[in-house]
Design a protein around this ligand. Structure first.
Ligand code: IMP
Length: 422
């Protein structure tokens, strides 16, 4: 039996869907522990491309239980849409999706507050507008609506009305929000009734499977640098995206997790605002965006692109306790004669290698690069490490040295088979 976790090692969008899908092959449970519909995990099934936001990426494997853990914020409207989308492709999800009783519920009020707050603040954080922050605020303010609350429709309707009233009273939403949200409330109540049937004690389920010795995969969302504690605060999401969130978000202690696999792109991207030391504003940046099709899976926003940041890579390995790294999108670098890697930051004339030291003023650092030779040939579909071009092997070994972690999985294309295991 193995309990493994896949964690975004950068600012999210590292290609988790594909790796989770691959590793879920012999897995009985895939569980998410934080975040919600802000995630966009792309999974390919043959030629079929499926983008999942809330359902764990094991859903395309028949018999795989998918848990939406208590640390998540679950949007019933989005979840029902997603289930319908998956089923429209011929997958039967019956009995496969389990929502934690104590997961918090995103309502139309939370989404409206998220959008209104961002608009009022000139899009300060660049959130996905999925109601994530406001739902976590309610959770920690101890006034949240939880999975278990979906089971009593009358009570739920009352709670929803009270939530709307309080958002209007506090000035988060305008007086006419009642009219504006009327239709959405109806849809929410319909979807909530259906999601209620999926609510269960996921804590017991995950522990039963663990005690039976089954393989379990934990699917992170977003990335370590978006973690509310360890990320580039305040430009972060509102949950614990790093491995630390597993214990609270599933009730599964991290001592049970044998493998913590960090997913990092062979370069770096970020969506939304916030500091990004290796960001490129030149032709190379545009080339990474075009070749890597770097447009958000959830919002469609163009992603900011830059070179691999080895300082951030080491920080991420330390925060998460990574046992392995899965390096994704290596093939995008097939087209660069020269590849830069950030090995340190320069700030106030000093060279810094500890990200934690400058996390609060990352916008002031200047990346110090070391240049690596490109390989200028295709890596897509190569199955053995030794068969990669020498310069690509050297690049990978170089990143391993910076992160002090073994890169044991290398993705060389979007397809299920375009992957190399070491
Ligand atoms: P929120 O999670 O919607 O509140 O957004 C907060 C920040 O996290 C914004 O900068 C988003 O762009 C970013 N973010 C949220 N989810 C993801 C994700 O899945 N991938 C990449 N960035 C994300």
């Amino acid at each position: 039996m193995t309990i493994s976790a896949i964690i975004g090692g950068q600012w999210g969008d590292e290609g988790k869907g594909k790796i989770v899908d691959l590793l879920s092959k012999d897995t009985k449970i895939v569980a998410r522990y934080q975040g919600g519909a802000n995630a966009g995990h792309t999974v390919y099934h043959g030629d079929l491309k499926v983008v999942l936001h809330q359902i764990p990426s094991g859903i395309l494997r028949s018999g795989c239980h998918c848990i939406l853990g208590n640390g998540m914020v679950v949007d019933p409207i989005g979840l029902i849409e997603e289930i319908e989308m998956v089923e429209s492709h011929g997958f039967d999800t019956t009995g496969q999706i389990h929502v934690a009783m104590n997961a918090h519920i995103v309502t139309p009020v939370h989404k409206a507050v998220d959008v209104a707050t961002e608009a009022a603040n000139n899009n300060r954080i660049g959130t996905t507008g999925r109601g994530i922050g406001p739902t976590y605020v309610d959770k920690y303010d101890r006034v949240g609506i939880r999975g278990i609350d979906l089971l009593d429709a009358n009570r739920l309707r009352e709670k929803l009305a009270a939530k709307l009233e309080s958002a209007i009273q506090s000035g988060h939403l305008p007086q006419d929000a009642k009219d504006q949200l009327k239709e959405q409330f109806k849809t929410f109540m319909d979807c909530a009734t259906r999601v209620a049937l999926l609510v269960s004690d996921t804590f017991a389920l995950i522990h039963e499977f663990a005690e039976r010795g089954e393989n379990i995969l934990i699917e992170g969302a977003q990335g370590t640098l978006l973690d509310v504690d360890h990320g580039t605060y305040p430009f972060v999401t509102s949950s614990s995206a790093s491995s630390a969130g597993i214990s609270t978000g599933l009730g599964l202690p991290t001592t049970k997790v044998e493998k913590i696999i960090g997913l990092l792109k062979a370069y770096t991207t970020r969506v939304g605002t916030g500091p990004f030391p290796t960001e490129l504003f030149d032709d190379d940046g545009q080339k990474l965006r075009d070749l890597g099709q770097e447009y958000g899976a959830t919002t469609g926003r163009p992603r900011r692109c830059g070179w691999f940041d080895g300082v951030a890579g080491l920080y991420s390995a330390r925060v998460n306790g990574l046992t392995d790294v899965a390096l994704t999108k290596l093939d995008i670098l097939d087209h660069f004669e020269e590849i830069n890697v950030c090995v340190a930051y320069k700030v106030d004339g000093k060279e810094i290698k500890n990200m934690s030291e400058v996390l609060h003023r990352l916008e002031n650092v200047e990346p110090i690069y070391e240049s690596q030779k490109g390989w200028m040939s295709t890596t897509t579909g190569i199955e053995k490490f030794e068969e990669l071009p020498q310069a690509a092997q050297d690049y990978i070994s170089y990143l391993e040295g910076l992160m002090r972690t073994r890169i044991s999985i290398i993705s060389t294309g979007p397809g299920r088979d375009e992957i190399l295991l070491r």
